[in-house]
Design a protein around this ligand. Structure first.
Ligand code: SF4
Length: 396
């Protein structure tokens, strides 16, 4: 039986595409048939896809599912990352960004400094994405003031900020509930939450790679609270550290279950561990094939999360180009400045404008669609014609 609320318009197109796929072995045929008849595959199916040798067919299935919903459209956004502080009271093993308070290169931006980081880009971005360390002194009052003054200066800018563990830390420092913290931040100007910090939502894995961080249940509860308050959020997965294939699937199932309940996740961002400068020598790392497989399986398993993102800052432009042909419908983003992934070894370019994003998407035979953060305004754009504004107006 199909899950409640399933959109049958794109389901029909998905079924037609999947039925036309030839050369599947018995195991993949069964999974394909379940997608067609039930619209949802099982955890066992997900595990089989993770371990199956026919990667090409898995990528094709994911591309068919993506095209059924979005055709050739690939979304992207114009944004900047401002990481407000690298001072953190925790020390997650995979993290190359955090510093102790007394480290020579520790920093904490005051509000004017934060605003001055946005200023040079304010005419060419729609969103500021801000995550950072768990600063020992910054409570809810500090962040409310930060967001209020940022909004006063840039009223049109969407503020996507603070991961679940930052929300937990701020609530704890302020001695108020998670829900009250979110409500106060939202009133001050916080528009949505990023999905960072999910890592793998299995506590035994978290104990090994990010001891002291929020538990799996706390991550889910904080996102649930945000959804209940009408604050949209994203969700992520950091793979390639110490987790097993079963634990990756458990992670996906937990997110899918919460999404069934709240429908508050906008997009899912799977990204691999980057090893430089970090303290996790036992990590498995992830090949390009594995990154593409994980993106494809995300599309196939997370039938209720509309957007699967290729996180360019982490996987680079070359793999991003391939990812949008195997399940991803979204590329984040122009970014323009970023610290966390680059300190961990990313070499993704930080100078992309609209033209560069369009070219990246068009090189894969797809069409570039600029979107806002909450996916309710879209503009179709074409490389090299952007400067002449041969684009459609933003429509609601
Ligand atoms: S991942 Fe976040 S919480 Fe963990 S050490 Fe780094 S900055 Fe701190």
């Amino acid at each position: 039986m199909r899950q409640p609320g399933f959109n049958t318009d794109w389901m029909q197109s998905q079924s037609d595409g999947l039925l036309a796929l030839n050369g599947l072995d018995v195991a993949l045929e069964e999974i394909r048939d379940r997608l067609i008849t039930e619209g949802r595959i099982t955890g066992q199916d997900g595990l089989a896809l993770l371990l199956h040798e026919d990667l090409g067919s898995i990528l094709s299935m994911a591309d068919i599912c993506k095209r059924a919903r979005f055709g050739k459209d690939i979304h992207f956004n114009l944004n900047i990352h401002v990481n407000q502080t690298n001072i953190c009271v925790l020390a997650c093993k995979f993290c190359a960004f955090r510093r102790g308070r007394r480290a020579a290169d520790a920093y904490a931006m005051d509000i004017e400094k934060y605003i001055s980081e946005i200023e040079p880009y304010s005419d060419i971005i729609d969103e500021v994405h801000s995550v950072g360390g768990l600063h020992p002194d910054w409570d809810v009052g500090h962040y409310c003031e930060l967001f209020r003054r940022t909004k006063q200066r840039f009223p049109e800018l969407h503020i996507k900020a603070l991961t679940a563990v930052e929300i937990k830390h701020i609530a704890s420092l302020s001695n108020i509930s998670i829900s009250d913290t979110l409500e106060m931040l939202s009133e001050a100007g916080l528009d949505s939450l990023p999905g960072g910090g999910a890592e793998i939502l299995v506590d035994s894995v978290r104990e090994k790679i990010c001891k002291g961080k929020e538990s799996s249940q706390e991550y889910l509860d904080i996102h649930r609270s945000a959804h209940n308050l009408g604050i949209p959020t994203n969700c992520t997965m950091l793979f390639g550290t110490v987790e097993t294939p079963e634990e990756r699937i458990e992670h996906l199932l937990k997110l899918r279950e919460l999404q069934d309940e709240t429908n508050g996740f906008q997009c899912f961002v799977p990204y691999p561990f980057l090893p430089d400068s970090t303290r996790l020598p036992e990590a498995q790392l992830a090949s390009a094939n594995e990154i593409l497989r994980m993106i494809a399986i995300s599309r196939l398993m997370l039938d209720n999360i509309p957007h699967i993102k290729a996180y360019r800052m982490n996987i680079g432009d070359a793999i991003t180009e391939m990812a949008i042909s195997c399940g991803a419908d979204d590329v984040d983003g122009t970014v323009l400045q970023e610290s966390i992934m680059h300190l961990a070894g990313s070499t993704a370019p930080l100078d992309h404008g609209i033209d560069d994003m369009c070219r990246l998407i068009e090189r894969s035979g797809c069409d570039a669609v600029r979107r806002n953060t909450v996916y309710n305004k879209f503009e179709r754009v074409i490389a090299d014609r952007v400067s002449r504004r041969r684009s459609l107006p933003m429509v609601n």
